[in-house]
Design a protein around this ligand. Structure first.
Ligand code: CAA
Length: 380
C-alpha cells in the first residue's frame, strides 16, 4: 500500500483528532506518575478504535489489519503507551474471533470492541519468556471445571483488565501440553502482585498475575485442549504487526519534532539542518521510517489476503522497532542538550522505544522465526 485510500485517510484524521483530544493533555504527568487511565480506553473505544478488526456484528469496525496498523501508528504519534494498550486489548479479541466459541464471542467481543471492557494476554512467566513452551503454570481438571496455578509476568493491564487470555499447561512438557483459558477479573484465586517500575511506556501498567487455585468453569477453555500454544503464536503473529505499527508511529513522532527543530535552530550562521552531519542524520531517520512502514503494511496486507505472513510480521516487528530505537536516539542527538530534558518529548520517545525490541517476542526471537522460514524455503 503506497498511499492511503480516501476512507483510510479519513480514518487517520479521526484517529489523530481523538488521540490528541483524549490522550494529549496528561501525557507528561502520566509518564512521570506511571499512571494508566482506563477511562481513556473507553473514550478511544467510543470512536471505534478498540475493535478495528473485530467484525461489525460484535460492534467492531470490521476492517483489515492494514487499517489497524494505520490506527495504531496514529495513536502512537501521541502516546505509544496507549497505542500498546489498544494493541493488547485487541489480542483477546483476535483470539476469540479466530478460536473462540460463539457463546464466548457473544459474551466478550462487544464489550472489548467498544472499549467498555479491557482485555489482556498472559503467556510469559518468571522463567519462560522467549522459550514460551517451557511455561510451568498448570491447569488441571477438577469436578466439571478447571483449577489453575502459577505466576504470569509482564502482564499489560494486569489488575485493570476485565478479561485475560491465560496460557497454562494441561498436558506434558512442550508446546502440545499448553491450553488457552478465558479468565474474567474477579475469578476466585486470581490476584495481582508487583507492578513493574519501568524505564518507558510508563502510562501502560505491567503487572504480575498470580493464580492460586484459580477456579474456572469447564467452558473457560478456548479452542481445543492442547491447542493453546498455537493460539498464542497465531495471536503473536498479528501482535507483531501491531507493535511494528506502534514503533513506526513513535519514530514518525520523533522525526516530526527533530526536523522542524533542525530547521529553526542555528549554529555557525545557518540552520543546523544545513550542516551535513545533522541533515544526513535526519535523512537516515526518514529512510528507516519509510522502510519500516512499508514492511509493516506488507505484513498486514498479507494477513488481510489470507496469505502466510508470520516471517514477514517478524521482519516488520524487527525493522520497525530497531528503527524506533535508532530514530528516537538520533532525535535526542539532533536536539542536543534540549533533547535530553523533559522540555521536549524526544527523551520519552527514546525510553518508550527500547521495550519494543523486547515485547511480543524479542528481536532475537523474530530472527529465529525468519531463519526457520528461510531454512524451510530453501531446503528440502
Ligand atoms: N502460528 C501457528 N502455529 C505456530 C506458529 C505460528 N506462528 N509458530 C509455531 N506454531 C506451532 C508449530 O507449528 C508447532 O506445532 P506442530 O508441532 O503441530 O507443528 C508448535 O507451534 C511448536 O512450534 P515450535 O516447535 O516452532 O515451537 P518452539 O518452542 O521452538 O518456539 C518460538 C517457537 C517462535 C521461539 C516461540 O516460542 C516464540 O514465539 N517465543 C517468543 C514468545 C513471545 O513472543 N512472547 C511475548 C509475550 S507477549 C508480550 O510480550 C507482552 C504483552 O503484554 C502482550
Amino acid at each position: 500500500m503506497f498511499a492511503p485510500t480516501e476512507d483510510q485517510r479519513s480514518l487517520i484524521e479521526t484517529v489523530g483528532d481523538a488521540a490528541r483530544r483524549v490522550l494529549g493533555a496528561t501525557l507528561k504527568e502520566d509518564d512521570e506518575a506511571e499512571r494508566f487511565r482506563k477511562e481513556y480506553i473507553s473514550e478511544l473505544g467510543a470512536v471505534g478504535l478498540c475493535g478495528v478488526t473485530t467484525p461489525e456484528r460484535f460492534g467492531g469496525l470490521g476492517l483489515g489489519i492494514v487499517e489497524y496498523a494505520l490506527v495504531l501508528e496514529e495513536i502512537a504519534k501521541v502516546s505509544a503507551s496507549y497505542a500498546v494498550s489498544v494493541a493488547v486489548t485487541g489480542l483477546p479479541q483476535a483470539i476469540l474471533r479466530d478460536f473462540g466459541r460463539p457463546d464466548q464471542q457473544d459474551a466478550w467481543l462487544p464489550g472489548l470492541a467498544s472499549g467498555a471492557l479491557l482485555g489482556a494476554f498472559a503467556l510469559s512467566e518468571p522463567d519462560s519468556g522467549s522459550d514460551a513452551a517451557a511455561m510451568l503454570s498448570t491447569a488441571r481438571r477438577e469436578g466439571d471445571g478447571w483449577v489453575l496455578n502459577g505466576t504470569k509476568f509482564w502482564i499489560t493491564h494486569g489488575g485493570y483488565a476485565d478479561v485475560y487470555v491465560v496460557m497454562a499447561r494441561t498436558g506434558g512438557p512442550g508446546p502440545k501440553g499448553v491450553s488457552a483459558f478465558l479468565v474474567p477479573a474477579g475469578a476466585p484465586g486470581l490476584s495481582f502482585g508487583k507492578k513493574e517500575e519501568k524505564m518507558g511506556m510508563r502510562a501502560s501498567p505491567t503487572v504480575e498475575l498470580v493464580m492460586d487455585n484459580l477456579r474456572l468453569p469447564a467452558d473457560a477453555l478456548i479452542g481445543a485442549e492442547g491447542e493453546g500454544f498455537r493460539v498464542a503464536m497465531a495471536a503473536l503473529d498479528s501482535g507483531r504487526i501491531t507493535i511494528g505499527a506502534v514503533a513506526v508511529g513513535l519514530s514518525q513522532a520523533a522525526l516530526d519534532v527533530a526536523a522542524p527543530y533542525a530547521k529553526q535552530r542555528r549554529a555557525f550562521g545557518q540552520p543546523i539542518i544545513e550542516h551535513q552531519g545533522v541533515g544526513f542524520m535526519l535523512a537516515n531517520m526518514a529512510i528507516q521510517i519509510e522502510g519500516a512502514r512499508l514492511l509493516v503494511h506488507k505484513a498486514a496486507w498479507l494477513r488481510d489476503q489470507g496469505q502466510p505472513y508470520s516471517h514477514v510480521a517478524a521482519m516488520a516487528k524487527c525493522a520497525a522497532t530497531d528503527c524506533a530505537m535508532a530514530v528516537t536516539t538520533d532525535a535526542v542527538q539532533v536536539l542536543g542538550g534540549y533533547g535530553y530534558t523533559r522540555e521536549y518529548p524526544v527523551e520519552r520517545y527514546l525510553r518508550d522505544a527500547k521495550v519494543m525490541q523486547i515485547v511480543e517476542g524479542t528481536n532475537q526471537i523474530q530472527r529465529v522465526v525468519i531463519a526457520r522460514h528461510l531454512s524451510r524455503a530453501y531446503g528440502p
